[in-house]
Structures are given as C-alpha cells and as structure tokens.
Design a protein around this ligand. Structure first.
Ligand SMILES: Cc1cc2nc3c(=O)[nH]c(=O)nc-3n(C[C@H](O)[C@H](O)[C@H](O)COP(=O)(O)OP(=O)(O)OC[C@H]3O[C@@H](n4cnc5c(N)ncnc54)[C@H](O)[C@@H]3O)c2cc1C
Length: 375
C-alpha cells in the first residue's frame, strides 16, 4: 500500500498536521493510532452527561493567539479559569502557593509580615521558583521557604516523580512556583477555556475531511513494512522509532482510578492536590469544567508510577541532563532521514501543553509547505 502522507498518532499534534496537509496542500493523509480511539491523551467521553478526560484533567490555556484562533475553529469555548486547591495542615488552600494561601495558613500578624517581606524582596505579581525562594537569606523568608518546601513540594514531588525537587531539572520545579500575588488562578494565560463538546470532538472535526483516512488499533511497528509513503510524520516515541538502538528514553507514568458517586458533588473544586497524605497526588472532579448540572459526579484519583514499557503509558518525559542528551542523539539520527518529521510530546521528548503541541504542529506544517513549494 502507498500513501502520500502517513501520520503516526491521532493526538492534537497528528490531527493538527493532518488537517493542514489535507486542507492546504490538498494531499491525502492516512493517520494511524495504536489506541482504539482518536485524540491521544486529550481523549474524553461522556458519562451521566459529564465530560470525563480519560487521561487526567485537561484545561486549554494559551497566550498564543494564532493557536487559540486555530483550535477555536473546531469548538465553542466554555469560559473557564482553572483553580487548584491543596490539602495542607487540614485546610484546603489555593495552589500555586500565593499571598491568599499565606493568609489562610498563618496567623494574621505573621501573614502580614511574610507578605511584606516577599513583596519587598521579589516585587508584587511575580512568580518565584521554590528553589530560588529557598536561597533567601532573611530568616522569615527562609522559614516560609522551608514550610512551603516541606508542605507543598517535597512529598508531592517524591510521589509525582519518585525523586526530590532538587534532583529534577529547574524547568520542572519552576512549573509550579510561589506566586507573590492575590491571584488564585492556576494559569495566567490570556486565553483559557474548556471545549463545550470536549476535546475528542475537536480532533474529530480536524480529521473530518475527504482526504483524511483514520485507522485505529494500528501500531506503526506492525504496519511499517506494508505501507510506503512520500512523507512520514511521526508523533510516537522517537526512541521506539529507532528500535531503542541508543537506549530507552525514561518517562514517568500515571494510573487513574475513576469513581462515580451518587451525589451532586464530591469535593469543593475541579482539582484538589494531596501533597502529604495518601498515595494519590490529586483528585479531579470533571463536572466543574463545564459546570454540568447532574445528580451524580465522576472523579479520578491520580497515582504516579514508573513507566514500564509494554505495561503502562508514557506520560511525562523525565527532564534531566542525561535524558536530554540521549534525546539529542535521536534527534540527530532523525535529521538523516528524508521526508520524515518528528513532533509531539513523544516525538520531541518534551512536556507540551496542548497549545504548544498545536503550535509545534503548525510550525512543522510551515516547514513541509516551504519544502513542497521549493520542489
Ligand atoms: C495528566 C496530564 C494532564 C495534562 N493536562 C493538560 C492541561 O491541563 N492543559 C494542557 O494544555 N495540556 C495538558 N496536558 C498535556 C497534553 O496531554 C498534551 O499536550 C497532548 O496530549 C499532546 O498531544 P500529542 O498529539 O503530542 O500526544 P498524544 O496525545 O500522546 O498523541 C500521540 C498519539 O500517538 C499514538 N502512538 C504512539 N506511538 C504509536 C505507534 N508506534 N503507532 C501508532 N500510534 C502511536 C498514541 O497512541 C497517541 O494517541 C496534560 C498531560 C497529562 C499527562
């Protein structure tokens, strides 16, 4: 069998590229996925009228207007600003740790002192990575840093990554900073929302084109000898593509326990983190995202675990210098291949939010288009 374009992976990355190739280059696309569904890790379905994100809670947020506009062609948005709370010392407090969190957890004179010191040391409305706060010399800020480190970061990071915060790349610990602000939102991006009909419906619309054929339950490794193509776009794991010849790229995995309760609400918000108690890191309650009225509710308990090939899914690349170096070697091998493009969270071995995955796919498409017009 021969196709013009073979795209491996039906997630946001593969679907964005398939849509652009079909609609703008007017070329045929065969898009395959090993899973029995489209939309990759953004896959959701509906239960009791509630849209449930099957790979964990997903909130669309971006500062990239072109990405917001592009994805907005396939959905109406429910305006939603995400907030997260954490169970700390028996209270539910806003996360990222901010000035409201301080005022909720400490006596008011102490909270006022800490607030003043934080603002005079770092300024107002700034995000300070925890490891930077820990370097502060002032004894009150050092106390605060140790408190936040112990109560918010240490055990959560141990559960999430199986290692201490300082063993991780600062890119990862910087992702959840201390926020010197009264803003309880988890993200500050200009554009935030939840698709009214879910993420799967977005991908369905992206792929709804006469030139696009979708084949599920199909792993690239099983069909690669039977399909030839003019162009290959690969959003699966780059190390798997090269048969792990240089070694396997490490990942962290997750397990989800979905539970349905016969009551209108289970918890006080969409996501509650449990840094210090239990084995799970967080519980997501899905009806909050679209404010769905219903007599029942569905939650997911999230349990981090090591990634074991063949047993569970790759979720997060483990960002460490040696892993980045190994990825760079695979990326170098990729440059030797003609008409082959790697992208997506697995192809690039990168943590991408949805907007970044879409932005990367749009960039790859521009490269493809330029190469096509130069032929
Ligand atoms: C727990 C969690 C929460 C998240 N929350 C958010 C959030 O709130 N907001 C946000 O913006 N982003 C969030 N993300 C990130 C988001 O999931 C990714 O940005 C997005 O899934 C990336 O899309 P992708 O197409 O690159 O990868 P994927 O969605 O993983 O798609 C890749 C596809 O390729 C398929 N595939 C792989 N190998 C092969 C093969 N050999 N043959 C055939 N098919 C193959 C896979 O089955 C998969 O369907 C979250 C991620 C996680 C893990």
């Amino acid at each position: 069998m021969h196709v013009q374009n073979l795209i491996v992976g039906c997630g946001f990355s593969g679907a964005t590229l398939a849509h652009k190739i079909a609609t703008e280059l007017h070329e045929e696309v065969l898009i395959i996925d090993a899973k029995p569904h489209i939309a990759g890790h953004c896959y959701d379905d509906w239960q009791d009228g509630i849209c449930v994100h099957r790979y964990g809670t997903h909130i669309f947020h971006t500062n990239l207007k072109h990405v917001w506009d592009f994805v907005g062609r396939f959905t109406q948005w429910y305006p939603y600003m995400h907030t997260v709370k954490a169970q700390i010392d028996g209270q539910e407090v806003p996360i990222p740790f901010n000035l409201n969190t301080i005022h909720q957890l400490f006596p008011s004179t102490m909270a006022t002192l800490l607030t003043e010191k934080l603002i005079s040391r770092f300024g107002f409305n700034v995000k300070v990575p925890i490891l930077q706060l820990r370097a502060a010399e002032d004894k009150d800020l050092a106390f605060l840093a140790d408190y936040i480190y112990e109560k918010v970061f240490l055990n959560y990071t141990l559960k999430q990554w199986g290692m201490k915060p300082e063993e991780l790349d600062p890119v990862v610990t910087g992702r959840v900073p201390v926020y010197v602000s009264r803003d309880n939102r988890y993200f500050q991006d200009t554009y935030q929302g939840i698709p009214l009909n879910g993420y799967t419906a977005i991908v369905e619309k992206m792929l709804d084109h006469p030139l696009i054929k979708v084949q599920l339950n199909t792993s690239y490794q099983d069909v690669k000898n039977n399909i030839s193509c003019d162009r290959l776009c690969y959003t699966g794991p780059i190390d798997e593509f090269f048969d792990y010849t240089l070694g396997a790229l490490p990942y962290r995995s997750l397990a989800f326990d979905f539970v349905r309760f016969n009551r209108p609400y289970f918890q006080s918000g969409a996501v509650i983190n449990y840094p210090n108690n239990y084995n799970w890191t967080r519980i997501g309650e899905y009806k909050y995202f679209l404010n769905t009225p219903s007599e029942t509710t569905i939650v997911s308990y999230e349990y981090p675990q090591p990634f074991v090939q063949g047993q569970n899914d790759r979720y997060y690349p483990i960002v460490k210098a040696e892993n980045t170096a190994l990825y760079a070697q695979y990326a170098e091998c990729a440059t030797q291949l003609k008409n082959t493009f790697f992208l997506g969270r697995l192809g690039d071995y990168q943590y991408y939010d949805m907007d970044k995955a879409v932005a990367r796919a749009l960039d790859v498409f521009e490269r493809i288009k330029n190469e096509t017009s130069n032929d």
